[in-house]
Design a protein around this ligand. Structure first.
Ligand SMILES: Cc1cc2nc3c(=O)[nH]c(=O)nc-3n(C[C@H](O)[C@H](O)[C@H](O)COP(=O)(O)OP(=O)(O)OC[C@H]3O[C@@H](n4cnc5c(N)ncnc54)[C@H](O)[C@@H]3O)c2cc1C
Length: 472
């Protein structure tokens, strides 16, 4: 059987691995020029120059920040760029890949480059300075992720749970414990409604200025959506972080290792899926792929950019429209010879500033935060972060690295329990040939995260196996 997987994030990679392990012929089409999706690691920070991610992609460094941000958006959206790349792919990649594979096979080496893992990345030292532009933490209970790390021989670093963060609101440090206690009283006195936005609840519960600043700061960092699109239900006054694990050397070591075992076609954005009960074709702008079935493992809202023939039913489209995703700018910056708290809450555009070096023996602070699209001011983001960090540490700081990345889909922002409503509609296959995976199809009330993406890939691969049992 020949299967096509669209999207080389954790969901697509997992589904493809499951199917290829069963002996099927699987190809992955990936729109970007690297695998991993929302797992994305920046490298080579120690000398102040980000060296690019796994595929050697040009990084959006401080120098080119404004232009780079626009470019990143364009990478996600502009079909023109994808067309150019895909045309290149059609003309030359297949031949080059075959030649390269033959050469590597003759030398007894795996074909890492074809799958987005450069020889350079594969041999990187585990203690290299890296920053996570996407997913940072494997949370406690994400057993599938831990299993995958074990399978690929990756070393995990445990990150201790962080205490209550310090809060800098309205220009000065506040007593976080007092504020949290006051907020808890508000939540108990005026419980949020099932379908009430945080913006609405803050007015209804008559929050003080400081309480509003605290709630806004926390909510903007997760789920990184405007307050009018953030559900109040489920918001708690508990700001402790749970801790968890990160992969030593960068989280993308996992996705690149997974991709290494698969046939991944980068720069191959799927634009149309034509299907019936027996066959499916997937079109990129450069070529058409035929298969017995396809798994679409792209973030939910991005399915609305792919044409379906026959078209999607109204119920599924309504479910897709009912999905809310955060859209935000990730900012990471590194400050030499600085100590910084594990997390600091601010009422600036930077919301919660997290220290990615927390728990490590390092003489620098590698800080990251998310700016939701509605709060993003386009220019001088990193200089403004310098100002805020200087205020928090009490002296001028020197940044030796800074980078931003725009995410058009951060994570699902669930309004109420969607496990029996929206999610089944999104996860159900179309006939016997079109299947769906991705973090947003995972059966849980909270966003799926990396573990949910892996779970969804396993589920989709099993659905296919059930429909297309192997004949001996
Ligand atoms: C800033 C940030 C921080 C996060 N922090 C955490 C965390 O700490 N812990 C955690 O568990 N989770 C975290 N997450 C969420 C986690 O990264 C995601 O849930 C998970 O990686 C999603 O995997 P996925 O395979 O479902 O989707 P993705 O990783 O988004 O993969 C989808 C892939 O599809 C590709 N694609 C899209 N359209 C097309 C097309 N038309 N044709 C071909 N390919 C296409 C994309 O380029 C992408 O590679 C974070 C996410 C972000 C953005």
């Amino acid at each position: 059987m020949r299967y096509i997987v669209v999207g080389a994030g954790l969901a697509g990679l997992t589904a493809a691995l499951e199917l290829s392990q069963e002996g099927h012929d699987v190809v992955i089409l990936e729109a970007a020029d690297r695998p991993g999706g929302r797992v994305r690691t920046a490298r080579g920070l120690a000398d102040g120059q980000a060296q690019g991610t796994v595929s050697g992609q040009a990084r959006e460094s401080e120098r080119g920040q404004a232009q780079g941000t626009a470019n990143e958006r364009a990478t996600g959206e502009a079909q023109g760029t994808a067309n150019k790349r895909a045309t290149g792919e059609a003309q030359g990649t297949a031949n080059k890949r075959a030649t390269r594979q033959a050469q590597l096979a003759a030398r007894g080496q795996p074909d890492r480059q074809a799958n987005g893992l450069s020889e350079e990345t594969a041999s990187r030292p585990a203690n290299e300075h890296v920053a996570e532009l996407g997913a940072e933490r494997i949370y406690p209970g994400q057993g599938l992720m831990l299993d995958l790390c074990t399978r690929y021989g990756l070393t995990l670093r445990e990150v201790a749970p962080a205490p209550l963060p310090r809060a800098f609101l309205r220009g000065q440090e506040q007593n976080t414990a007092d504020l949290v206690a006051a907020l808890d009283v508000r939540l108990k006195a005026t419980p949020p409604g099932d379908c009430e936005s945080l913006a609405q609840w803050m007015h209804r519960a008559r929050l003080s200025d400081l309480e509003r600043a605290l709630v806004s700061a926390v909510a903007q960092s997760t789920p990184a959506a405007p307050l009018r699109f953030t559900p109040a239900a489920g918001f708690t006054a508990s700001f402790h972080s749970t801790g968890g694990y990160e992969i030593v050397g960068g989280n993308d070591l996992l996705t690149t290792a997974m991709a290494q075992d698969l046939e991944v076609h980068l720069d191959s954005r799927a634009i149309a899926v034509r299907w019936d009960e027996a066959r499916v074709t997937v079109e990129t702008s450069a070529r058409t792929w035929n298969g017995d079935a396809v798994i679409l493992a792209v973030p939910g809202p991005q399915l609305l950019e792919i044409a379906f023939d026959p078209v999607l039913d109204q119920e599924r489209v309504h479910a897709l429209l009912g999905l809310r995703f955060g859209e935000a700018l990730r900012v990471v910056a590194r400050y030499e010879n600085e100590a910084f708290d594990p997390r600091v809450i601010t009422d600036t555009e930077f919301g919660i500033i997290t220290n990615q070096t927390a728990g490590q023996e390092e003489n620098h602070a590698l800080l990251s935060c998310l700016i939701p699209a509605d709060r993003e001011k386009k220019k001088d983001v990193l200089s403004r972060l310098d100002e805020v960090v200087s205020t928090v540490v009490g002296h001028r700081v020197n940044r030796n690295y800074g980078e931003t990345h725009n995410w058009t889909s951060v994570v699902r922002v669930p309004w109420g329990d969607q496990t029996n409503t929206t999610i089944p509609k999104l996860a159900t296959p179309l006939g016997k040939t079109v299947y769906f995976a991705g973090e947003h199809t995972d059966q849980r009330t909270t966003p799926g995260g990396m573990n949910g993406a892996v779970a969804s890939g396993i589920r989709a691969a099993r659905e296919i196996s059930r429909q297309h049992p192997r004949t001996k």
